[in-house]
Design a protein around this ligand. Structure first.
Ligand SMILES: [Zn+2]
Length: 152
């Protein structure tokens, strides 16, 4: 399961009652994206929630793909967002707090931790592979990326 399947809408019950409908808890579920971010639901939400929903749409759902919002761009961008927070030195608990403040989303810090571990392992594998190609400077690049993720 991808980390984006484990990102949830905070205050889910409250939002569902404001919208007078039910939708999945998972933020990246198709029905949630449709309802919250591409539908006409905004007007029914309180202003704080509206702001967060708009921020999320602007930051992650701004592509022009035909399959939007099912093209995968939002998930890819969200993963970069998580990795950037990690590179800035945030730990899993802090990352959960930041996504709550930024977008009214939450995740379990254990899930974020295993996602970060997994990302580092993927980079290590890529680094090892790059080293096998003579004269490749890709290896240094990956090493630096890994250091960014593991420091702090
Ligand atoms: Zn797209």
């Amino acid at each position: 399961m991808a980390i984006t399947d484990k990102i949830y809408v905070k205050n889910h019950r409250q939002l569902a009652s404001q919208l007078e409908t039910s939708f999945p808890k998972s933020a990246f579920a198709g029905a949630t994206l449709d309802l919250l971010f591409t539908g006409n639901s905004l007007a029914n939400l309180d202003t704080t929630t509206q702001d967060r929903v708009l921020d999320f749409a602007e930051d992650f759902l701004d592509c022009d793909c035909k399959a939007h919002p099912y093209c995968g761009c939002a998930e890819r961008k969200f993963i970069s967002y998580l990795l950037e927070l990690r590179a800035e030195g945030f730990g899993p608990d802090q990352i959960v707090n930041v996504m709550g403040d930024d977008y009214m989303l939450y995740a379990y810090s254990g899930d974020i931790l295993s996602f970060l571990d997994q990302s580092v392992r993927t980079l290590e594998a890529a680094e090892a592979l790059a080293k096998t190609e003579a004269g490749s400077d890709r290896s240094q690049e990956l090493y630096d990326a890994k250091r960014e993720l593991t420091n702090g």
